[in-house]
Design a binder for this molecule. Structure first.
Ligand code: SAJ
Length: 426
């Protein structure tokens, strides 16, 4: 039986370990978090993901998955540790280097080492390979090295791991083929063979493409606000062109991918990354723009604002890099009183009070929608009319559908009052 060692048991590493363990591999999952290791060895999980609990429990029970704090000898190694960005927006490769060094202690001739973590371009060639070379391994001959970025969406990880096409980028062709052999165990999507360098850059460009396009939509909102144009109507009309797909404006871009990955490119080629850097500046300016727009409608800074939604996008429980959190901070700095409601957030995730919808809306001069949770698509209009001081809904996500005429509705892309508009983008 082939043995696999997965270093890093987070949102990507644990589902990956479980998947291999359920497809004929003997898997050792390694993590520095002792609590996570203990839980997994009891067949439990420390993160939330649809179907993952059952998958891990099954693999632990039948003995194909074990967890440990120490790397052991194996045929293949997968590294799936975080690569956070530092305060100066450069990648922090500390965990990747630690993980590589721990693999280095156990690697044997003929093994393949695969990095799944998102990394700046040239990291495999300039950082990871030299660590093995310094230990006298001929990388690509004695041992094989590849970068296979993950591209799965939280909530759908177990499905997308199997069905998505997967980029497999070896440091040389022999490494690519070795890594293809590993993933072909369960991947039903296409395995796209390429170099490590192209793999690194494609992953970053996928998220940068989205970030730049969202910046374009956000810039359109600002231009439209100045010129009295209805931005959302413009997007809807322009998208009728067969080769145009304008994205949706919003209160900013959050999450640990889109708001971070473009910096990995900028870091390596700052002079050349003008458009990418400007897109980051535009998207980062959106929380301030939202607060200015609130200020135009609610002049008395001692008023109460009801904030609906804190997560970086709808129907998830993740507040990492969320523009809504920054907007809350800025509104408080302006002096407003806030009532905050988010049905997907627990009190312990944030440092301020989370209220029920009714309590949040009570006495509010403005109901500010920052996240497109399903719960917000149809608001309780009776409660708004009975409790709010002024029944004004300011919808930065174009997601609320209002039916009562007594409620004033302002759409973010249409800063003059008008009904929400139905737009779909890919
Ligand atoms: N957003 C807009 N307007 C839009 C689309 C999104 O303002 O038109 C905002 C969202 O509200 C959110 C942010 O962008 O704040 C990011 O959301 P997202 O759904 O675009 O992306 P993520 O970060 O949840 O996941 C992305 C995905 N990448 C792409 O769609 C290209 C996912 O497939 C990747 O696996 C993931 O990044 C990753 O791990 O890199």
């Amino acid at each position: 039986m082939n043995k696999l060692c997965v270093v890093g048991l987070g949102y990507i590493g644990l589902p990956t370990a479980g998947m291999f363990a359920n497809h004929g591999w003997q898997v050792l999952g390694v993590d520095v978090n002792q609590k996570a290791v203990d839980m997994i060895n009891k067949g439990q999980i420390h993160i939330e993901e649809v179907g993952l609990g059952e998958m891990v429990a099954k693999a632990v029970k039948n003995g194909s998955l074990k967890a440990s704090e120490k790397v052991e000898e194996a045929d293949s190694f997968i590294i799936a540790v975080p690569t956070p960005h530092t305060d100066d927006n450069t990648a922090n490769l500390k965990y990747l280097i630690q993980a590589t060094n721990s693999v280095l202690e156990k690697v044997q001739k003929g093994n393949v080492v695969i990095v799944e973590s998102t990394i700046p371009p040239r990291t495999i060639n300039d950082v990871v390979a030299p660590l093995f070379e310094a230990a006298n391994w001929k990388v690509g001959e004695d041992i094989y090295l590849a970068h296979c970025p993950e591209r799965v969406l939280p909530g759908r990880i177990l499905i997308e791991l199997v069905e998505n096409n997967r980029i497999v980028g070896g440091i040389n062709q022999a490494s690519t083929e070795k890594a293809v052999e590993v993933y072909s165990t369960f991947v039903k999507g296409e395995l796209l063979r390429t170099s490590a360098l192209s793999a690194e850059m494609s992953k970053l460009m996928e998220n940068t493409y989205r970030d730049v396009n969202i910046a374009l939509a956000n810039e359109l909102v600002k231009i439209s606000e100045k010129l009295g144009i209805e931005a959302l109507e413009v997007i809807e009309l322009a998208n009728q062109h067969p080769r145009v797909n304008l994205h949706l404006p919003g209160p900013g871009v959050g999450g640990h991918c889109l708001a971070v990955d473009p910096y990995f490119i900028i870091e390596k080629a700052p002079e050349e990354s003008q458009l990418i850097a400007n897109a980051r500046i535009i998207n980062n300016s959106m929380p301030g723009f939202v607060v200015d727009q609130v200020g135009k409608r609610v002049k008395d800074r001692s008023s109460k604002i009801a904030v609906l939604g804190l997560t970086y996008k709808g129907n998830i429980d993740d507040v990492r890099e969320s523009p809504a959190m920054e907007i809350v901070e800025k509104l408080l700095e302006e002096g407003y009183t806030l009532g905050v409601n988010d049905p997907h957030i627990g009190q312990e995730q944030v440092g301020f009070k989370i209220s029920s919808f009714t309590d949040a809306v009570e006495d509010a001069e403005c109901i500010l929608v920052l996240t497109d949770h399903n719960e917000f698509k149809k608001l309780d209009e009776e409660v708004i009319l009975a409790k709010a001081k002024r029944p004004l809904v300011f919808d930065t996500r174009n997601c609320v559908r209002i039916s009562n005429e007594k409620i004033e509705y302002v759409n973010f892309g249409n800063l003059k009052e008008k009904a929400a508009i139905d737009i779909t983008i890919n």
